[in-house]
Design a protein around this ligand. Structure first.
Ligand code: SF4
Length: 696
């Protein structure tokens, strides 16, 4: 029986990079029910977040009026009660709030344009991400603008750009249907990309061979033909050993290597030293299994490699991805059906926000800020001026500059660095020092606690625009309901602020922003607003009726001579070795019910009811040794700080490890994490901190 609805609107799930298409059923101005519909990535499926995690949009904590910090507010800190904002802030009109924000930004710009930086959002649309980077580049003449890709796949993108010439996936995850072997490494898709995981499970049921590699015994192990539970941080030693076998047993694809790659001889020589026997000591995987896995993957007719934050969030994250790229190249597994490299993107629009130029070294479509001709093509479209040819600062570098007092003003749209940054007490102390912090968001996030001006924005279900998922699929989002109170679409707020700092911006409709993006983004060739009304289009789309290319690089790579490159990687230990004071290893991540910093899912009744309490996972033997029963509290300490958190027993966790989800403000995992970064991707080592675990 059908419930009775006023309207049904097609949009895209706001959580993960799978990009499931949804139909939103609305009654009396509220979303009542969400149904999966037939998008190319989900074919009607949804996970628990997409199906039940929508009521946050109607939560009483939604920001409905612009807010300005009171003159007599208490000192800045994580001390604002979201139900009682008024001791810290006062309500303001849009006109007043925008004027205070714009005047403050202009005052800082006059003293030093570099005293202002911006964080945009992978939760906003492509058009909003594009406008945000333009706001900083055109408004402040530099590139100090970034977003959470820095904490996510920046190292994967660095390696992909370097070695295949493009940062996006070479094949959609749905291509696994044509594969006979697949590797999933450093990813937990059953919890983090649940609908993609359904395709992976089907693959194994049809007889596909699955190799899972992870220091945690993630859920996909139950479907795996080979499970390699290697030592944390030992990725390169394990992958090099597998490639050593492929070299020694001459299992590589000479024809492919000869035709489409460069630097093979150097890679081959480099790999000679990484024998399974030698590497087994480091990674903890038996030489026999390393050999079996090498033969299995090299013997595939078509093999795919999927990876997640377990690969990227290390000081050697770029090296980890280099190894995966080399493995795919030497076995000829790029550019044909059922083969490819697929870093599973986290946020719903982290692919699109990166494509739109929300990164400090690249303009839209990964065009270098250092190239004069490229910058001119953009400023011609933007109406003149020029901006710095220096790569800008990244997320964690900006926070360090804030702490040092050199960056004095920030515009933050929909990011929550006061929860998501490593060593988050440092980030919080930095934000407390800002002279002007303008935060645009849907809730009073931990970050907004430190704001001087808060601009109430909209959820994805209240806005119009496009988003791009992990598969390079561009899809329309549409407003199903009106935003609450005076809240406004993010792109409109940025346009208003831009005009008030003197930029010549005029956009009547978000489609005009999309049209401007197309002028300098060849990835959007043949993708029109009109087509997106009814279609999902995978870029690149080769002609006006092409739904897009699920697989790329069958006819060469966007690199010199069309060749991909092997970049050898050496074994670098994690930044922080366990010692007598901090003898165990902490790793962080997500769990099925909660999304990232929790601002949305902890305000979704079903999800927060299922998973209401901060928790960590330890091996039952470890718990016994500590004298802790499952459900009791433990204290976790690192060199950065301590938290108290409820302990769960999980046999899949190694005995010297603890896994901590980072969604819980009351026991924030990032108080503990190590801010050491990868030198190329500038991504922090969230996956490895030396920790002490005690009974609380
Ligand atoms: Fe949303 Fe991702 Fe779940 Fe799909 S798999 S419903 S996009 S959270």
């Amino acid at each position: 029986d059908h419930m009775d609805f006023d309207t049904e609107t097609e949009s895209v799930c706001p959580f993960c990079g799978v990009g499931c298409k949804v139909s939103l059923k609305v009654k009396d101005g509220k979303v009542k029910y969400v149904e999966g519909i037939n998008g190319p990535a989900n074919e009607g499926r949804l996970c628990v977040k997409g199906r039940f995690g929508f009521d946050y949009i109607h939560h009483p904590h939604r920001l409905t009026k612009p807010l300005i910090r009171r003159d007599d507010a208490p000192a800045k800190g994580l001390n604002v009660d979201p139900g009682n904002l008024m001791t810290h802030f006062r309500e303001a009109s849009w006109d007043e709030a925008l004027e205070v924000a714009a005047k403050g930004l202009v005052r800082l710009r006059e003293a030093d344009p570099k005293s202002v930086a911006g964080f945009g959002s992978a939760k906003c649309t492509n058009e909003e991400a594009y406008l945000f980077q333009k706001f900083i580049r055109q408004g402040f003449k530099h590139n100090n603008v970034d977003h959470c890709t820095r904490l996510c796949h920046a190292s994967s993108v660095a390696a992909l750009m370097e070695n295949v010439g493009s940062g996006a996936v070479t094949a959609t995850f749905n291509e696994i249907v044509n594969a006979d072997v697949a590797i999933i490494i450093g990813a937990n898709p059953i919890e983090n990309h649940p609908v993609a995981a359904t395709y992976f499970k089907q693959f194994t049921k049809r007889g596909g061979k699955l190799i899972v590699m992870d220091p945690r015994g993630v859920g996909m192990r139950r479907y795996a033909d080979e499970m390699l539970q290697f030592r944390p941080g030992a990725d390169v030693s394990m992958l090099n050993a597998i490639m050593n076998v492929i070299v020694e047993e001459e299992l590589y694809d000479s024809q492919y290597i000869h035709r489409w790659t460069e630097n093979w001889e150097a890679e081959k020589e480099h790999l000679r030293a990484f024998t399974p026997e030698a590497m087994s000591e480091i990674c903890g995987i038996e030489p026999d299994q390393l050999r079996r896995v090498a033969r299995l993957f090299a013997g595939a007719k078509a093999g795919m490699i999927f990876w997640g934050m377990g690969i990227s969030q290390h000081i050697h994250g770029t090296d980890n991805s280099r190894c995966l790229i080399s493995l795919a190249l030497m076995t000829g597994n790029v550019g044909k059906p059922g083969a490819g490299l697929h870093p599973l993107r986290g946020q719903n629009n982290v692919q699109g926000a990166s494509d739109a130029g929300l990164i400090p070294m690249f303009l839209p479509d990964y065009q270098s800020v250092m190239d004069d001709g490229i910058r001119k093509r953009f400023t011609d479209v933007w109406g003149g001026g020029d901006f710095s040819n220096e790569k800008g600062l990244t997320v964690t570098e900006i926070v360090d500059e804030v702490y040092a007092g050199r960056i004095k003003g920030m515009y933050i749209q929909g990011e929550n660095p006061a929860m998501s940054d490593p060593d988050v007490d440092h980030a919080r102390a930095a934000f407390a020092k800002l002279e002007l912090m303008v935060v645009q968001d849907i809730f009073l996030t931990e970050t907004a606690n430190f704001a001087d001006v808060i601009l109430p924005a909209t959820t994805l279900y209240e806005k119009n625009g496009t988003v791009s998922n992990t598969n390079r699929q561009v899809q329309r989002v549409r407003p199903a309901v009106a935003p609450p109170g005076d809240a406004r679409e993010d792109w409109r707020i940025t346009v208003d602020l831009a005009q008030r700092i003197g930029l010549p911006w005029h956009y009547g409709d978000v489609s005009e922003v999309f049209a401007e993006m197309k002028l300098n983004m060849s990835s959007l060739d043949n993708i029109t607003w009109e087509r997106l009304e009814t279609e999902t289009i995978t870029y690149p789309s080769l002609h006006e009726t092409d739904p897009g290319q699920a697989i790329v690089f069958g006819d060469g790579f966007p690199r010199p001579e069309g060749r991909a490159k092997f970049t050898p990687a050496s074994v670098i230990p994690p930044d922080e070795a366990p010692d007598a004071d901090y003898p165990m290893i902490m790793t962080t991540g997500r769990q099925l019910e909660h999304w990232h910093t929790g601002s949305m899912t902890r305000r979704s009744l079903v999800l927060d009811t299922v998973e209401p309490e901060a928790n960590c996972s330890l091996h039952p033997r470890t718990l016994r040794a500590l004298g802790v029963e499952p459900g009791e509290m433990v204290c976790l300490s690192t060199r950065r700080g301590s938290i108290e958190i409820m302990a769960r027993a999980d046999r899949a966790i190694a005995e010297d490890m603890v896994f901590v989800p980072f969604a819980y403000v009351e026991a924030a995992a990032n108080i503990l994490t190590n801010p050491a970064i990868d030198p190329y991707g500038k991504i922090p080592e969230f996956k490895f901190s030396a920790v002490r675990v005690e009974k609380a």
